[in-house]
Design a protein. Structure first.
Length: 294
């Protein structure tokens, strides 16, 4: 009896230890990155197109003019464009990933397999939210920096061989400054400010039986139209604009960080949005617990 009781008490501890050592959250994130290859293929394709455009259009255009000032402008202007287009691509990837994350596992019935594993619903939902809010923007940030490094090397080669001032070029294109601005923009906008958008899409993804993207955007369209017809106002449209474009004095297309981080933290919409995001995640976890394949 003592041997059996001691053995039975050891077995749950061993099972718990085995589950803990598997790091379910880490491997859940790894699974998402394995399954959704568009997370890195889409920004890489955009980065490749940007580099080709920079190589053939910008450098070719700069070499065709004799005005050194104009030539310098041709070489320095595309850096901000590269940042904007890659970050914009990552925002779109995060949106479509969030819409499909919980819906696809019910559509292909893989939810039955994943629920059979010792991974909780909270771990699954939080790992998908972590990919949308953190991993995808970070992938975009790394690809942006690598793209700008390549552009910088090509531009520096042209500057050296065409008699322009390298010191002037470095003063206009400072990679550490650009990287700091991009990291600030990434953390404030794509991680903190857009979090409720991704969490709302995850919630709809776990609920909808078909066309989750349509179900995600339709409530906003209906509310905006009804408000316009009944009240002759557009407060909800202004709210959506505020949620997407940011506070009045914080232009999301501006990477110069003129709107200080302290001011950003004092923005009421930031904290309200994070609370709403937490509510959406909590609802998505509860919803997944009772969801079955479509």
């Amino acid at each position: 009896m003592n041997t059996q009781s001691s053995t039975s008490s050891v077995e749950p501890q061993a099972a718990t230890s085995a589950i803990a050592t598997t790091q379910p959250f880490y491997w859940s994130v790894r699974r998402e990155l394995w399954e959704y290859r568009s997370i890195y293929i889409a920004p890489l394709a955009v980065a490749g197109a940007t580099l080709l455009g920079f190589l053939f259009a910008t450098i070719g255009r700069s070499l065709s003019t004799r005005d050194l000032t104009q030539r310098m402008n041709f070489l320095t202007e595309p850096f901000s464009f590269a940042t904007a287009v890659i970050m914009g691509t990552m925002f779109i990837v995060s949106i479509f990933y969030s819409v499909e994350a919980l819906y696809s596992e019910r559509r292909d019935r893989s939810i039955l397999f994943w629920k059979s594993l010792p991974v909780s619903d909270a771990t699954t939902v939080l790992s998908k939210a972590g990919v949308a809010i953190l991993a995808i923007p970070f992938v975009g940030f790394v690809i942006t920096v690598l793209t700008q490094l390549t552009m910088l090397a090509l531009a520096a080669f042209v500057v050296t061989g065409s008699g322009m001032s390298m010191a002037e070029f470095w003063s206009k294109v400072s990679l550490p400054r650009m990287t700091a601005m991009q990291l600030y923009h990434l953390f404030t906008v794509h991680v903190l400010w857009y979090a409720p958008i991704y969490c709302w899409l995850l919630l709809v993804s776990g609920w909808a039986r078909r066309a989750p993207f349509l179900w995600a955007v339709m409530p906003g369209i209906v509310i905006a139209v009804l408000e316009k017809i009944v009240f002759r106002s557009k407060h909800f449209v202004l709210f959506l604009k505020y949620r997407i474009r940011g506070p009045e004095h914080y232009d999301f297309s501006d990477y110069t960080m003129h709107y200080g981080f302290g001011n950003f933290l004092r923005e009421p919409g930031l904290w309200l949005g994070l609370v709403v995001a937490a509510v959406f995640l909590f609802a998505a976890v509860k919803l997944r617990r009772y969801q079955q394949p479509i």
